[in-house]
Design a protein around this ligand. Structure first.
Ligand SMILES: [Zn+2]
Length: 381
């Protein structure tokens, strides 16, 4: 009896695995995989000050190449339950759709991958190599005790991933629209300019930090980072907040802080951007403090065998030519790219992180067929 993607998605939605909780989700995945002959390893990790996160690595076969499917079983909180038409953890099917938190991001894709593997094996296809799954429980959280720790563990154990498909929801409208072959980097900046507080009537006795902060921000906005690159849009800086925390109109404030975020392409690096920002601020001068935190460098898996296999499978099953994009936010692919070529392709992302998140039953079936076709072409060639 093969694995059914709809039933498995429902079973997974039934687990309240709001990050970093697991609530049995990995047990559901493990038991489905053991039924297919996978060898499973549970990898709970924690670090001081962080919650324990459970993770799963499973492998079928021992030979190379090892084709890995990566994803996460944790989900974001439901938000206001009153906005949901169905219990977000019931996995209700209505009008050809399956509703619940994680339906598209990304319990449905995990179920599709396992169902695809089940169908692939049942179809008498040989696995000329290995199929593995790398499932983490903290992608939606700080991402400290999930993929990063698991990849370290794999490396120590001598487990090599040769190609990786991340099942994040990548399609804006319909299955087959878009796969991701890279992501922009993200850098958060906090710029605090300090001065001396005083009475507005006696400006000579104070030092207003605001003109300098505005001059620095203006300098940063005028700084053209780049014109984009072959596979990326241009790098962009957005100021997200300016805080002075001053309610008195007759007081010159002591300090002013701005927050900004830079999404950058493969022509930039976090260190290089930090230096550039510092030099713009230095041109304005005076006392200031700049803190920069990178949450992932830009990366690109140049179009090649893996993206060709994904594009070919999408074309065969849906007739669509998939766009190979680097747009959107970050994902755990930013860690996996240090180990092997990685491409992301999953469900439609229209309802993710929202109330009434759902996946259409047709999409679940299409994705299962696409994943199966990917396995077929990969292990044939
Ligand atoms: Zn996700």
């Amino acid at each position: 009896m093969g694995v059914d993607a709809v039933t498995l998605t429902q079973d997974l939605i039934g687990c309240r695995s709001v990050t970093p909780a697991d609530d049995g989700a990995l047990d559901v995945i493990q038991s489905a995989l053991e039924g297919l002959g996978f060898r499973c390893y549970r990898l709970p990790f924690s670090a001081p000050g962080t919650a324990m996160v459970d993770n799963l690595y499973a492998r079928l076969g021992t030979a190379a190449p090892n084709f890995c499917f990566a994803g996460h079983s944790d989900v974001v909180p439901t938000g206001n339950p009153a906005l949901w038409d169905h219990d977000p953890f019931a996995g209700t099917v209505q009008d050809d759709g399956l509703y619940g938190r994680g339906a598209s991001d990304m319990k449905g894709a995990i179920a599709a991958f396992i169902a695809a593997t089940s169908g692939f094996i049942a179809g008498g296809n040989g696995v000329n190599g290995s199929i593995s799954l790398l499932i983490t429980g903290d992608e939606e959280g700080p991402a400290l005790n999930g993929t990063v720790r698991m990849l370290d563990w794999l490396r120590e154990k001598g487990e090599k991933l040769d190609y990786c498909l991340v099942g994040e929801p990548t399609n804006p409208e319909k299955i087959g629209d878009m796969a991701k072959i890279g992501r922009r980097g993200s850098l958060n900046g906090t710029l605090t300019v300090t001065g001396t507080a005083g009475h507005v009537a006696y400006p000579a006795l104070a030092r207003n930090p605001l003109p300098r902060l505005l001059a620095m921000l203006n300098g940063l906005l005028l700084e053209k980072l780049d014109d984009g690159s072959d596979h990326f849009q241009r790098s962009n800086m957005e100021i997200t907040s300016i805080d002075v925390d001053n309610e008195a109109r007759n007081v010159i404030p002591a300090e002013a802080t701005a927050l900004f975020n830079i999404r950058y392409n493969d022509r930039q690096s976090a260190g290089g951007l930090h230096d550039r920002i510092r030099s713009v601020c230095d041109q304005v001068g005076g006392d200031y403090q700049l803190d920069m935190a990178a949450s992932g460098d830009a990366f690109l898996t140049p179009p090649g065998r893996l993206s060709e296999i994904v594009a070919g499978a999408v074309k065969k099953i849906t007739g669509q030519t998939v766009a190979l994009s680097t747009s959107g936010g970050t994902s755990d692919a930013r860690f996996i790219k240090n180990h092997c070529p990685v491409v992301e392709f999953g469900l439609v992302n229209k309802t993710i992180h929202k109330a009434n998140e759902y996946v259409s039953l047709d999409d679940l079936d299409l994705l299962t067929r696409i994943y199966r076709e990917i396995l077929r072409t990969f292990f044939k060639s």
